[in-house]
Design a protein around this ligand. Structure first.
Ligand code: F6P
Length: 558
């Protein structure tokens, strides 16, 4: 493992200046900041690659921005960005390059890993995906009994699921509606059972998506899928027509019984949570077609180039990442709410949870030292306006401060009467209400009885970003995802952590493997866990051995 030497974050001059600066800013109210600078809303906004970013409703001054930008410089962000784009092994704990940016490089450009240009192989796989998805979409690819494929089920988990589901939902408007798409991830048998309940195996294609092709959940679901298909299709030769794989592991794919000719490759320099634009996006390409998929890649690439080349003060992901640091490390906020005012982005917050938290949920630095500051915040959210009638109460009047990311589009994809005007009025209103609130005097002036004034007062000063795009297209989605990817990288670089490993998932996996064998051996096995875990396992074993209370599962006869 390469060790990287760097000045600890808290010893950087900019960090110290920010510590000294924070007390001056934390008491400032956005009402005053706006009143003192009537042009703040225009001044603290920027537009890049078709995304308008309003950051004026953040609790910052020009001095804050200057210091945050200085922090980015002193943290070596520029050289880390260049190192990533040069294909250096910046994922130090796994000794790997981090090259999701190569996945969207246009033909003819180059990025080298270990002396080899990876862009041509990226395009070879994209071409193979395009050929295959065209055959599925046109009905040319037939199932084993000669019926065309109508149902596509992606089996995968984590990055091999969340990207495909999110992209399918986000781009559903552009999807081939005659095809049905389902996504199975959970090891809970319910996921598979419900996804296949109404489907005809003769018309169903499974895409087994797994970087490693060893993940317990995915392999269990893949074997269940094969049993389900063969129970009906009878002939093992049917696997070749109904199963394809997306993986880096040809050996395991072959062992499973999938012809490696039906395997779509990617590489160890693509992290799972950064893989939706690799072959892991095969279901997306089948849904929207290869031209639209390439438009999405173009969107990613435009944001990559912006991130790589724009000066930090006009660099969207850098500014976004720096604001995240400001709240996380100075205001001590714990969470970021992602609030897309676009129903098609309903799975975007879930997708971002893996991207952000698996990347930056780390407590040691690149040189193996315990951090002395907070790292990755919790990301969560729901589409507006639904969240307004649920958890927004806490954002407006609770005791916890958090920053909100609002995302909105000028054009509706499904224009229906006044709906879009009402949707956009709501997103603008929420950002305004959070920032400016409603004073006790304003509440009193409405004739509110004195005893209700405190409850009806809105303190305001709750920060938010607003990302405003023209229309949710495949290209816009690519830009948005790349924006968050690079903001995550900006934050991770400043914290000095490895945003591309995920060792924190290993312990639970290993313990589960041990417990599975203990459960399957039955109550005779000598359990050597703590008393809590032992008791839970024994309780489950007893229930299982007693036939789960001999209750017949209720069957839905309908
Ligand atoms: O366990 C975490 C993880 O490794 C994620 O990083 C990854 O996206 C997911 O599991 C799935 O892994 P694979 O694609 O190898 O099945």
């Amino acid at each position: 493992m390469t060790t990287t030497k760097f000045t600890p974050l808290t010893q950087l001059a900019a960090w110290k200046s920010l510590e000294a600066h924070y007390p001056k800013v934390c008491e400032l109210h956005l009402r005053k900041l706006f009143a003192d600078d009537p042009k703040r809303g225009e001044r603290m906004a920027m537009e890049a690659v078709g995304i308008y970013f309003d950051y004026s409703k953040h609790r910052i001054t020009d001095e804050t921005l200057k210091l945050l930008l200085q922090l980015a410089e002193e943290s070596g962000l520029k050289s880390r960005i260049d190192a990533m784009f040069r294909g250096e092994k910046i994922n130090v704990t796994e000794n790997r390059a981090v090259l999701h940016v190569a996945l969207r490089m246009p033909k003819g450009k180059s990025i080298f890993v270990d002396g080899e240009d990876v862009v041509p192989e990226v395009h070879t796989v994209l071409d193979k995906m395009a050929h295959f998805s065209d055959r599925i979409r046109s009905g040319e690819w037939k199932g084993h009994t000669g019926k065309p494929i109508r149902n596509i089920i992606n089996i995968g988990i984590g990055g091999s699921d969340l990207g495909p589901v999110m992209a399918y939902e986000a781009l559903r408007h552009y999807s081939k509606h005659e095809l049905t798409f389902r996504f199975v991830s959970n090891i809970d048998g319910t996921d598979f059972a419900e996804a296949t309940r109404d489907l005809d195996p003769e018309e169903t294609l499974f895409i087994i998506s797994s970087k490693t092709f060893t993940t317990l959940e995915t392999m269990t679901n893949a074997h269940t899928a094969r049993d389900w298909a063969l129970k009906n299709l009878k002939d093992p030769a049917a696997v070749a027509r109904h199963f394809v794989a997306v993986s880096t592991n040809a050996g395991e794919v072959a062992k499973f019984g999938i012809d490696t000719a039906n395997m779509f490759e990617f590489w160890d320099w693509v992290g799972g949570r950064y893989s939706m634009d690799s072959a892991i996006g095969l279901s997306t390409m089948i849904a929207i077609g290869s031209d639209a998929f390439h438009e999405m890649l173009d969107g990613f690439h435009q944001m990559d180039e912006h991130f790589r080349t724009a000066p930090f003060e006009n660099n969207l992901p850098v500014l976004m990442g720096l604001l995240a640091i400001w709240y996380n490390n100075f205001f001590g906020t714990e969470t970021v709410a992602v609030l897309p005012y676009e129903q098609y982005l309903k799975r975007f917050p879930a997708y971002l949870q893996q991207l952000t938290m698996e990347s930056n949920g780390k407590h040691v630095t690149l040189d193996g030292k315990e951090v002395s500051y907070q790292t990755g915040p919790i990301y969560w959210g729901e589409p507006g306006t639904n969240g307004q009638h649920s958890f927004y109460q806490l954002i407006h009047q609770g005791t916890k401060l958090m920053a909100c990311d609002f995302i909105a589009f000028a054009q509706p994809l499904n224009p229906l009467g006044r709906h879009h005007d009402l949707l956009l009025a709501n997103v603008f209103a929420q950002a305004e209400a959070l920032a400016f609130g409603k004073t006790a005097e304003e509440v009193r002036a409405e004739g509110t009885p004195e005893r209700l004034v405190p409850a009806r007062t809105f303190e305001g000063n709750r920060p938010s970003s607003l990302f405003f795009l023209e229309r949710l297209t495949p290209m816009a989605l690519g830009k948005l995802v790349a924006l968050y990817e690079h903001s995550v990288f900006t934050q991770g670089t400043i914290w000095g952590i490895d945003s591309f490993d995920q060792w924190g998932v290993e312990l639970g996996k290993a313990l589960a493997v041990r417990i599975i064998s203990e459960i399957e051996k039955g109550s005779e096995v000598d359990l050597k866990h703590d008393s809590s875990t032992n008791t839970l396992i024994q309780r489950y074993q007893r229930s299982k051995e007693q036939g789960h209370g001999n209750k017949k599962p209720s069957v839905n006869s309908g």
